[in-house]
Structure formats: C-alpha cells, structure tokens
Design a protein. Sequence first.
Length: 311
Amino acid sequence: RLPEQQKTSESSLSWFRGVYLPPALHPLNKTFVKGGEWQDIDSTQEKRRAFLQDFCRKYNSRKKLQTHLVHLVSRIYVEDRHKVLYCEVPKAGCSNWKRVLMVLSGLAASANNISHDDVHYGKHLRKLDSYDLKGIYTRLNMYTKFIFVRDPMERLVSAFRDKFEHPNSYYHPVFGKAIIKKYRHNADEEALKTGSGVKFKEFIQYLLDSHRPVGMDIHWEQVSKLCYPCLINYDFIGKFETLEEDANYFLQLVGAPANLKFPKFKDRHSSDERTSTEVVRQYLKELSKEERQLTYDFYYLDYLMFNYTSP
C-alpha cells in the first residue's frame, strides 16, 4: 500500500525525522524458559521484533535526537525486582498488566484481588520518568522492555465504548460536553449539561479535528506517540489478540514465580460483549467512507509498525 499512500505516508512519518535509530536487537534471555511448548510463540516474537526493527530502519535517519528523554519514557512502568519496563497501551490489557507488576514487585499476593481503582489511582507503581537521568538510562539499557499492542480500530472502539457508553464522571463532563457542543447541531440542554450520549460519529469528528475542542487522551492516542517504538528498543512485543499466550511466555522469560499467570478476567463492564472484529464493523458503519479512511490514516503508523491488516 505504500506507493498509493505516498502522501499520507510522508505526513504521518514526518515527526520521525531527525532521531537516532536504536541499537541492534539484543537477544532475549531465555534462561528461565522451561518446556518446549513455547517454541511457536518464541518464533512469532522474533518475527515481530525483526519486523519492527526493519520498519524503524526504513523510516528513520541517523540525526540528533529531538524528543526529550523524560517525555519518551513517561508511559513506562518500572518493576525493579525482575528488571522489567512496561510501556502502558490503554485498552490492550494494561489494567491486568499493572496488576501483574504489583505482584512481581511484592505489593500484592495475587493479581485477582486488586481493584480497578488500586490499579489506576493507587500510585503503587513507579514510572520511569520519576527517576533521575542516570536511573532512566541505566534501566533502559539493562532492563527487559516490553509492550503490548492491539489492532488500532479495535482499540479505538473499545475506548469509545468504555468511556462514553457507560457512566463516567470524567470523560462525560470533560470530553463529552465539548464534543456535543461542537459537533451536534441543535443539541438539547441535558446533553450539553451532562456530556452523556456522545455518538461514535461525533467522537470520530473530534478525533480527526485539527482544532479539537479538548486535547488528546492516552486511551486513543497512537501507540507510536505513547511508547515511541522506534526510539525505545522493546525486547518483547505482545499482542492483545494473543494476550494470554504472549503474557505467560513473557512471565517465564523474566523468571516470574511459577504460580503467577496472567489474569483472564475483564477488568470492567464484564457483562459487555468484548470488542471484536464484528463489533468494530458495526461501529464503522456509522461513518462515511471518507471518515473511515481518515481514521485509518490517523493510525497508519500503528498499522505499519505492528503489521496489522488494514480494515
């Protein structure tokens, strides 16, 4: 698709110009891996890492780093016991990953007993940007860095459903009110007052607007701008589509306790149908052909970097 999307490609990738290409991939330490059942997952993992490295090599140039280091690592959580760094991608298993990090660090005995509020508002885990520069560099060079990603359109629809189709004391008054005010003609007073009932089409209008009435949010920000995969050399790339297998293999790689398995439960709204390909298709029907294309273009880098098929 590159030749026919030359214009989109150039604009999407322009912010990559002028950065250092990360050093060559380090081999994963497989000392702790027991049993041969991980062979297929390991092979897939090596292909993902090589694919991302090739992508970054193709679209980067070796010039001076222009992005501040502290900003680059602002979404990365630190677990010092097992020497791991986790870049949080919302709506790609991040709540359960933070539960696992709390168990690994000795803050909890089991991932199953940690509430959603403790995970997200408890301030139990440190982020990498809370360390001094020496601490940041040391951990980036010595620790195992991992990221879990998700099909961009599934992640987007999942975020919309979570934040706008359920009561929410932050997203409705902050984002909902601004979205309804700007994009809904003849909005009634109740909607303008509460910000509840945002439609998916209105949300997409906000997302694609270069003059958004309220800023971006990590739940629908591009992974390329959350975790900077071409600047930070991630050792392990997991995918939401193979979450359980990838996660449990990673836990073996870092020497996690044998009884620690990645949680299977849905963090919130457990009665809702999971955001699947079919669910996404229904939401995309609400958009015009042009809106669908522009939304794909918005996540173009994420599609390319992680080898997802365009919808």
